[in-house]
Design a protein around this ligand. Sequence first.
Ligand SMILES: [Ca+2]
Length: 477
Amino acid sequence: MRPWMLLPILCAISVPVAAKESMNVLFIISDDLTSTALSCYGNDVCQTPNIDALAAEGMRFTRAYCQATYCGPSRASFLSGYYPHATGVLGYKSPRPQIGDRQTWPQAFKDAGYYTARVSKIYHMGVPGGIETGGDGADDPLSWVERFNSPGPEWKAAGVGETLEGNPDGSRPVVGGNTFVVVEAEGGDEVHSDGKTAAKASDLIREKREQPFWLGVGFVRPHVPFVSPAHYFEPFKPFSKLSLPERVEGDWNDIPKLGINYKTSMNMKMDLRRQRKAIGGYYASVAYMDAQVGKVMTALRESGKADNTIVVFTSDHGYHLGEHDFWAKVSLRDESSQVPLIIKVPGKAPGVCNSLVEMLDLYPTIGNLCGINVPEHVQGTDISKMLDDPNHTVHEFAFSVAPMRKGFLIRTDRWAYIQYKEDASGGMELFDMESDPKQFTNLATSAEHQSIVAAMKLILKSKLAELRANDLAESVD
Ligand SMILES: [Ca+2]
């Protein structure tokens, strides 16, 4: 047979590829969720059976890092395909003015004929403010065929509430804003935003439509306020039984001022009782969010579409629950910069992958798995080979930033290097993640580690130069 005679046969065997191209994508993102609160990542107090079930069927990544350690820039980054310092979206804005007509991740699917929709928070939305009002936040309308918001009462929910932050004498009422508030709420799941999100997402999954879908499901818990139906608090009571993370005397003495997180036990004026209750409130919010994940997964299974749907579960960044007396996000320590990440692709074996990955890798990876044209501008790397071989690696290091602190993180297998200000004038931290995984001893000023510090500085410099050399009109400092 002459080679050209093979052509029709090759065309015929491309049919399964075409079938693969119509794979749906269900992208579930929680807000401010640290992997350390999930039972599939080793937490033995907070049980997350639904996320665990997904992890048991997919690839669970233990070293996935966000590209910025708070909502706005993290979401703008992985959705646009650019690092925060490439677009200059370092705050709570849509990336659209910076990227012009370049395709975002969901938009690339939309332009390829997918039905794309978001339910609740995918791009940045203020929590609780934006959820109380039900607005679109820093959304990007071009990404979606349809979009749905899930307003909820947040801190105003009926129930037993307490403001833990800045309230040492207990006289402060329950308040809104980015404040540690716990509400053990009356009523069921659908009183709140995430319950509504799960119901709407389930409806959209069940709907019959011609096109494949890219559906973004954005849960706002466990972001503050820690509000959930009261029964989710029960496993964590009495709060006085909850343990606080290990702490060492003089922990802050060897780190730069910018390395002390913006929220600490001290500046939040939270005594040990309040700290334990904060952990209980966070865990209850995680348990509630996990139950909503379960509803969406049940809808997927019952719709008959599970065998043709890639499921991704992640968070926009991590969170401190009292480690080093730090709370919340922004810090570049592992609890805050590392994110839970589970990717389930039908037909692929489940597993655990310890290779370094970045949230930016989602766009090209899921794009390629679905046969979508991934635009040239995308700065992430396809990690799909890891789904077949968890020992596969693509990154020597993961890169993250905390613009609010002028902070940069270079995270290799062995080292976590954190630098404040681009010229390092804000100080440095270097942690040996093998001998000191909880990051208690800053080695950046130790004489014997100066060659590593120097190497890390160079890596950071060249990484910033590389990501700024892009097709956008201007990158930022
Ligand atoms: Ca967030």
